[in-house]
Design a protein around this ligand. Structure first.
Ligand code: ACM
Length: 678
């Protein structure tokens, strides 16, 4: 009896704690620094008005107007009476009063703090800069609540500011080009989760993507006709600025330059014919740093490119130089020997030192990937770590400022929880206070080997929201379950902004099913994920820039919710086998078992899907094994070793890839199977 009482108390307490946790974060992503709930509320009705007071930059008026439109779209309330929010809208009693002390400027470390007070019929959003106010408007939109009386903002106080000043997303538009509209919607998504740097990777072996007036062969022969005009670049910079987001350009040198060398082969180390790379990976072509005339070329090109991007940072890449095209050239070996250079990395450092004044005379700080961290590299350069934490901590210890991307490679299809746990300053690093201060922040990286404009949103979102939270919210915010709860909510908010990470599936489902019923394909595709890390591309041998990205592995998205939910349900069932949970699992397994017959019929008219035949059959067999296990558990019958061995074989088979995808429910079903034999 006493034990039961204690159990009930524990359950109540756990429920209360869960609710408190929920109240602390509500549905916000990223979680704010401080949130206190109050009893009051602010109703949202047709009379809802916004006013701006203080000394903001003009960008706040467009953003406040956009806020009103989004609020109107979210609630269906006609809030169009105010029209465009203008400086004349400055009533202190407006339902939303925005107070701003000074104009913000788009620079690293600008004040992005804000506070929100709501209750008593008014929301007051206060910020030092309009950029802080823009962050606060995003929070406010996430706070829209509803009950039987209508829509409202709950009563609360929020005080919020970022943990790191650099919260970036790298978008690679070189390997696969992304149209202007895709970048704009990416910027909208970034603003929604308070990210503030879009790092555009603008050239690589496969193409050079910016119009150059000084060297027009770059777009004429090295872009396949897909590149941004200078006007489009200015448009993107203005669009990002409106959202309080900086754009940092990357022009990678001296390696990964096949595109530049295709247009201007005179700058290559090895004299050979160059043409755009169609495969992905690491290649030998590299610029010749011993050629004095290379530097005026880079000066002219980088000065032209720097003039298009007002940001104070300029990324020169510097990664993945094989050095082979340097070692094979006698004149380069001689150059190195004359200067006492021992390795080709010494030569690359020489090259970087020559670049530095070119970048700095354009008023920029130079940055590069962690390969450029070599003895003798000037301390003002910012290092972006991608090869491991060691290079990150090493940069900090040697006095460099650094950005972490290792652990944030979203192109590798790992779950949001993996990225979420990757703290830039973990205890284990034992960094001094000074070293910690040199951590600028982090960047998610969306390399585009295997994405198209149709699928790229699904590789960025919603997982990047978890990284955004890691970089904005206090370090103590680490509850992965709660992160996933809020991730599912922010995913809908991102969709409302026009991102296609969910809807693209419908397009591909219909296309792949070739006009037939898509249901069986949908059942299968919700349970699979593309092969992770670098496996899908079989060591860079399978895909070229022209390969179709409209297949099963493109339909399958990363970190699928259904397997995650199923796994949680199986664990709950094994702990407390309630009839309701039993029925739920039974229905799912039964659906998966039956699905194969429908799917094999679909294949008759959709040959593109034949690569998934094995996956579907294996899912059916696996589900059958799961059903057998549940029957045994129902009957309290312990299955024998021979049965277990056979079912484990079924599970092992279900782990085989098909169509470059893997089933994600095998572990959970295997837990059922193993329990039945225990
Ligand atoms: C990189 O991923 N090569 C920076």
């Amino acid at each position: 009896m006493a034990q039961k009482f204690i159990l009930i108390c524990c359950a109540l307490l756990a429920g209360l704690l869960a609710r408190t946790q929920e109240n602390n974060s509500l549905n916000l992503m990223p979680v704010p620094v401080l949130l206190t709930a109050h009893p009051g509320r602010v109703d949202i009705g047709e009379g809802f008005r916004v006013s701006v007071r203080g000394k903001p930059d003009r960008r706040i008026f467009a953003e406040a107007s956009r806020f009103v439109r989004r609020l109107s779209e979210r609630t269906g309330i006609f809030l169009d009476h105010q029209g465009f929010v203008s400086p004349s809208d400055s009533s202190p009693s407006a339902a939303l009063l925005i107070q701003i002390r000074r104009p913000g400027s788009l620079k690293l470390g600008e004040d992005e703090s804000y506070s929100l007070e709501s209750g008593g019929g008014q929301v007051i959003l206060s910020a030092v800069t309009d950029i802080g106010a823009i962050r606060g408007l995003e929070t406010l939109l996430q706070l829209v609540s509803a009950d039987e009386k209508g829509y409202f903002f709950p009563g609360l106080s929020i005080r919020d500011y970022p943990r790191f000043a650099w919260r970036g997303l790298l978008l690679d538009v070189a390997l696969h080009f992304m149209p202007v509209d895709q970048i704009k919607r990416t910027l909208d998504g970034m603003a929604c989760v308070k990210m503030n740097v879009l790092h555009l990777h603008l050239c690589n072996d496969q193409g050079f993507r910016v119009e150059s007036r000084r060297f027009p062969r770059l777009q004429q022969v090295a872009s396949d006709g897909v590149y941004y005009t200078q006007q489009e670049i200015r448009e993107l910079v203005a669009y990002a600025s409106q959202r309080g987001i900086r754009i940092v350009p990357e022009f990678v040198v001296p390696a990964h330059t096949t595109a530049i060398l295709t247009a201007y082969p005179q700058w290559a180390s090895v004299k050979r014919k160059y043409s755009l790379q169609r495969y992905f990976g690491v290649f030998d072509p590299v610029m010749d740093p011993t050629n004095e005339r290379l530097y005026p070329f880079l000066d002219t090109l980088f000065s032209e490119m720097a003039s298009l991007f007002p940001d104070a940072y300029f990324h020169i890449g510097g990664d993945e130089n094989t050095g082979k095209d340097w070692q094979s050239e006698p004149h380069i070996r001689r150059f190195m020997a004359e200067r006492g250079m021992k390795s080709f990395m010494d030569l690359q450092t020489y090259f970087n030192r020559r670049l530095l004044p070119i970048i700095e005379k354009n008023g920029k700080t130079m940055m590069g990937w962690d390969e450029i961290l070599q003895p003798g590299v000037p301390k003002q350069i910012v290092i972006q770590s991608w090869r491991g934490n060691a290079s990150f901590y090493g940069s900090l210890r040697q006095g460099y400022r650094a950005i972490l991307s290792y652990g944030y490679y979203i192109d590798l299809i790992q779950p949001a929880s993996y990225h979420y746990q990757n703290d830039p300053i973990p205890d284990s690093a034992a960094l001094s206070a000074q070293e910690q201060q040199r951590v600028l922040g982090g960047e998610a990286t969306m390399w585009s080997e295997l994405v198209s404009p149709l699928t790229v949103d699904s590789r960025i979102w919603p997982r990047t929201a978890a990284i955004a939270e890691r970089l904005w919210s206090p370090r103590s915010v680490t509850d992965t379950e709660d992160m996933y709860r809020r991730l599912d909510i922010i995913s809908l908010g991102l969709e409302a902004l026009g991102l296609r990470h969910r809807t693209y599936k419908q397009v591909l489902l219909r296309q792949l099913a070739h006009g037939d019923d898509t249901r069986s394909l949908e059942v299968l595709s919700d349970l699979i994920e593309p092969l992770k890390i670098y496996e899908r591309n079989q060591g860079d041998t399978m895909y070229t820039v022209f390969s179709p990205l409209t297949k099963l592995a493109d339909l399958a998205s990363p970190d699928q919710p259904q397997p995650r939910i199923f796994s949680r349900e199986v664990d709950s069932f094994l702990l407390h086998p309630s009839p309701a949970l039993r029925q739920l699992l039974w229905d799912k397994l039964n659906c998966w078992k039956q699905n194969d017959a429908l799917f094999q019929r679909l294949l008759l008219g959709a040959p593109v899907l034949r690569e998934a035949a094995g996956l579907s059959r294996n899912l059916s067999l696996l589900a059958g094994a799961g059903l057998d296990a549940m029957e045994a558990l129902d009957a309290g019958r312990k299955m024998d070793g021979a049965w277990l061995e056979q079912q484990l074989l079924v599970a092992a088979r279900a782990r085989q890839q098909g169509g470059r995808c893997e089933l994600q429910v095998v572990d959970a079903v295997q837990r059922l199977i193993e329990r039945a034999a225990r």
